[in-house]
Write a protein that binds this ligand. Sequence first.
Ligand code: EPZ
Length: 427
Amino acid sequence: MDQIRIIGGTPLRGTITISGAKNAALPLLTAALLSNEALELTNIPDLADIKSMIDLLEQHGLTVSRDLEAKKVTLNAQAINNTTAPYDIVRKMRASILVLGPLVARCGEARVSLPGGCSIGTRPVDIHLRGLEELGAKIELKDGYINAEAPNGLRGATITMPIVSVTATENLMMAATLAKGTTKLINAAREPEIVDLANCLRSMGANIQGDGTDTITIEGVSKLHKATHRVIADRIETGTFAIAAAITGGELYLKDTSIDLLPSFISSLQKAGVIIEAGQDGFWVKSSAQPIAGVDIMTEPYPGFATDLQAQMMALMTVCQGASMMTETIFENRFMHVPELCRMGANITVHGSSALVRGVSQLRGAPVMATDLRASVSLVLAGLAAEGETILSRVYHLDRGYEHIETKLRQCGAHIERIKEKEALAA
Ligand code: EPZ
């Protein structure tokens, strides 16, 4: 397995262009299942998860052409010849569950492997399944698979989701576009990726209102048609590189993104003493002469502080002046980065879903292990600030969600390189 080697201590300076959002691109790819005409997506990031989703859609019978250079993917679901999403694909990427709603809506059936848990939590899909039943699907769980049937199509319903769920909102919104009648999703997720998906569905002919609020109304239509859509900027990548500027005492311009995508995160960074200045097509992140101040954080559904930025913010708080109480309210096991950060000299104590981070003057490089996508990038951030060498193993976690991260960081002065597996074995 590849490793990443970092020599810390260099303030980053320069411009980083933000890629298209992984968590927008994944549902957008599955939206192609809803129509028998072409869907062209641009600003698609080059990530392992995107490749996995394309592989899954191709095994459903979609024709997919991809221009990596142009970051463009064109999908055509004229002939769906297989409505099963197999375990060996789904287990590698939980977002595969997003084919369920579109397949049932378009084909009247689907057999999707239960995704199972992952390192950050059990990640149930009960809200997805209950919602599809309320839309008229018959759901049966057998041999580790979800068997869903709606031979006479789906019918509109009012669905109150007990927990705010991003992909459940996306699954049900997509399914409802082809249901007969009106669907209302109450307690819907409000993330920018939901609005991006709704914009794409509307360009395909869907009738959707209220996306971005907690109540989304969908008037079903008989069919959807071809469309072209550009994926929004990745707000989590944006926040990650903003922390890279702050933790190294540098100054970065983050291009092709917007502070509007990260309201709570930006205000927390400003409270910590980081200077944020909006630009024409992005924003500046500048370190001030003052040390980073400790800021208390609680993760919440959008527009609250994103759980996907908790690990990255914790890396910054490990070198704050003072302390920070960080509470994770979305997932039950999202502190795997804590023991690894402590190996780098951080002072963090975990009590249940809260972590007390007491700032230290300096982190020290160390060999560390990635455990999940966002924990792994928090270790990269810590390595950029640490004194000495950090070697990060299991880099495949990083490749799932960050496009060419070492190239983007190296261009701003970071001493970071990827050690290919064969070199690592030979070393
Ligand atoms: C999406 O996951 C994101 N993934 C996650 O990003 C992100 O952390 C999460 O939303 C929260 O913002 C994609 O968009 C592909 P949820 P999702 O359903 O939809 C519980 C990353 O790093 N729940 O909003 O799976 C669930 O256990 C990934 O890019 C149920 O109980 O998350 C959690 O506690 C990690 N039943 C809470 O809801 C359900 O049926 C929120 O989860 C569904 C969810």
